[in-house]
Design a protein around this ligand. Structure first.
Ligand code: ATP
Length: 206
């Protein structure tokens, strides 16, 4: 299997921003959020199961999964949340592992928000953490999602803390400075890591 670099970080830390800088260098990206959408795509067997359980109210007019409707239906309901997680989590994991196995590049970047929480580091040869202070995280996530602070704080509490994440990191990119200040420097750091991962991937191939 290809050399796997797991990229993680808390909500709003900048995972997608940093992953895009690797993608610019031609690195294949497997993104858990995208896979999570693929497994419930229109016409998928999993979407049919969700409709059987919750009714057609979880579908949009065009037959796609209505995520907001689903979120509302499971919110605060432990058994429904568990049912959904038990359906989705193994399917997402299996599809990600399948996609990892199909890679032929020197290395692949595997972007997973809950890499540490879900013990997926065991599949990674290297773990890269995008690190920001909690206040930066809160501010950026609130701005991006137009969410209220309480909701973001709740999500942050459910995720691994900064220390716990850093303890699992082989490499760390700090993303506290604004892109205006730091974009060139971030690109330099990504380039350096890209060289290291490519070399490690080559070594791993042998
Ligand atoms: P999530 O897991 O919540 O989807 P993420 O870790 O992928 O988030 P991004 O989407 O990359 O994080 O970044 C969160 C928000 O912060 C985005 O709106 C992004 O444009 C912005 N952002 C990221 N890095 C910086 C930065 N250095 N300066 C200013 N804004 C930034």
């Amino acid at each position: 299997m290809t050399y796997i670099v797991g990229l993680t970080g808390g909500i709003g830390s900048g995972k997608s921003t940093i992953a895009a800088m690797f993608a610019e260098r031609g690195v294949p990206i497997i993104d858990a959020d995208i896979v999570a959408r693929e497994v419930v795509a229109k016409g998928s067997p999993l979407l049919a199961k969700i409709v059987d359980y919750f009714g057609r109210q979880v579908l949009t007019a065009s037959g796609e999964l209505d995520r907001t409707a689903l979120r509302r239906l499971v919110f605060g309901d432990k058994s429904k949340t568990e049912w959904l997680n038990q359906l989705l989590h193994p399917a997402i994991r299996e599809r990600m592992l399948q996609q990892l196995q199909q890679q032929t590049a020197l290395y692949v970047l595997w972007v997973v928000p809950l890499l540490i929480e879900n013990n997926l580091t065991e599949y990674c040869h290297r773990v890269l953490v995008v690190d920001v202070s909690e206040s930066t995280q809160l501010q950026r996530a609130v701005r991006r999602d137009k969410n209220n602070e309480q909701q973001i704080k709740k999500i942050m509490l459910a995720q691994a803390g900064r220390e716990q994440r850093l303890a699992k990191a082989d490499d760390v990119i700090n993303n506290d400075r604004t892109l205006d200040e730091a974009e060139a420097d971030l690109r330099r750091q990504v380039e350096k890591l890209h060289q290291c991962y490519s070399a490690a991937g080559k070594q791993h191939e042998k």
